[in-house]
Design a protein around this ligand. Structure first.
Ligand SMILES: [Zn+2]
Length: 284
């Protein structure tokens, strides 16, 4: 009798050890129940190499991300070409998990058809033509999960596009995808914000707007490139129309529904880099 208890005890210790092992050795368990939803996945490190290809193949991205610890920024062309073999191995070992990961990348990328800030159609202002000083190219950098301090310590779950030296209301903000308006109105942190649910399931959140282009209704349909509103500096206040607490910019957030999270935020920085291929022109 004591022998059986001892055996069970030893088994449970062994199991606890295994779980620990899986969690601390993600390279041995990349597609486990939780691991692909962790920070390394959320950082979306695609890199310039993958983005220089004319098509983004989500099956290739999923296979290569697993193989390279979710960081493809230094991927070589030779390494890229290995993806069909990596995919075959994953399909033999963890087909459901591999397909789920591929689906997550599709959710993010396949509906994107527009960069959120257009080029000015006015040739004198256009930053396309030598980035004239009158309307410089909006800038953005990777600030995902950097600390922010308004209303307690938290992390930046998005990417900021700055309209340099321009008053609020100058830059148009376009919908990167088609989809439906899911949330609209004032938020203490986000100011005047609008959230679009794209057809494949990702949620695109545009914050700190100066004003909306029209009175958006929840569940209203938008098309890719639809004028949502104008870049501003609203937010950081309970009171509606609080402005001026930070420089004018667009805050972009991208969220995914997954098995364990209703809204898992992912880094929009490399997604924005990808969407630069869909830059549009607008009169402003
Ligand atoms: Zn932000």
């Amino acid at each position: 009798m004591i022998g059986i208890w001892l055996l069970l005890l030893l088994l449970s210790i062994y199991q606890a050890g295994l779980t620990e092992y899986f969690l601390t050795n993600p390279e041995r368990y990349q597609l486990g129940a939780y691991t692909w939803e962790e920070e390394s996945f959320r950082r979306m490190r695609l890199g310039e190499g993958i983005l220089s290809l004319s098509d983004l193949d989500c099956e290739a991205v999923a296979a290569l991300m697993v193989e390279h610890n979710y960081d493809l920024r230094r991927l070589t062309w030779e390494e890229y070409q290995q993806w069909p073999g990596i995919k075959r191995a994953l399909m033999a070992g963890k087909p459901a998990e591999y397909q789920k990961l591929t689906q997550a990348y599709r959710m993010i990328f396949q509906d994107i058809a527009c960069f959120p800030i257009p080029i000015s159609g006015n040739p004198e202002k256009s930053w396309e033509n030598g980035a004239s000083a009158s309307a410089p190219f909006p800038v953005y950098e990777d600030s995902f999960l950097e600390p922010r301090t308004y209303r307690g310590d938290r992390c930046h779950e998005g990417c900021d596009i700055l309209g340099t030296e321009r008053p609020r209301g100058f830059y148009p903000v376009l919908s990167m995808t088609g989809g439906q308006v899911e949330q609209v109105g004032w938020l203490e942190l986000g100011g005047w914000r609008i959230g679009i649910r794209a057809p494949s399931g990702a949620y695109f959140y545009y914050g700190h707007l100066y004003q909306y282009a029209q009175e958006w209704q929840v569940w209203e349909q938008v098309y890719p490139g639809a004028l949502l509103g104008y870049m501003g500096d609203s937010g950081y206040g309970v009171k509606e129309n609080t402005v001026g607490n930070f420089p004018v910019h667009l805050h972009l957030g991208i969220y995914l529904p997954t098995d364990h999270y209703d809204e898992l935020s992912v880094n929009p920085y490399w997604v924005l880099k990808y969407s630069e291929r869909f830059l549009r022109k607008a009169d402003y």
